[in-house]
Design a protein around this ligand. Structure first.
Ligand code: 5GP
Ligand code: ZN
Length: 123
């Protein structure tokens, strides 16, 4: 898509702090992080919003979700049990959809947000 910032990042036309890429997805640090760890998982193929996805996008959506915990762990906010068996670490996965969902970039992306307190917000 012309004039889509995430298409340009996926194509390497705009620089980003990339942390992962494969044939379907790229992931890079958010330019304006909301927490100590904040990166975006983005399909290479342009889809404007989650609401534009259909059954044909199920595989790539599944890949996005499955990649999140793996990259979160690599970025230092993985989830697991501590030595006493208590839940530890963790992150949020957020897909904003449309104006009322707070979406600013109209190329589907999933935020992965984490890191130690006190950054934590309800959503
Ligand atoms: P949205 O509100 O659409 O869910 O989130 C868009 C996110 O993209 C924002 O958190 C914003 O900081 C990030 N962003 C916007 N432009 C760029 C850019 O050029 N590079 C990177 N790395 N992040 C961007
Ligand atoms: Zn795009």
């Amino acid at each position: 898509m012309d004039n889509c910032i995430f298409c340009k990042i996926a194509a390497g036309q705009i620089p980003s702090k990339k942390i992962y890429e494969d044939e379907d997805l790229i992931a890079f640090h958010d330019i304006n992080p909301a927490a100590p760890v904040h990166f975006l998982i983005v399909p290479r193929q342009h889809v404007a919003t989650l609401a534009d996805c259909g059954e044909q996008h199920a595989a790539v959506l599944g890949k996005m979700l499955a990649l999140a915990p793996r990259l979160a762990a690599e970025q230092g906010c993985g989830y697991g049990l501590d030595a006493e068996g208590k839940p530890s670490g963790g992150f949020k996965t957020i897909i904003n959809t449309g104006p009322d969902g707070g979406q600013e970039v109209y190329h589907l992306h999933m935020h992965v947000i984490g890191g130690p307190h006190p950054w934590r917000v309800r959503f």
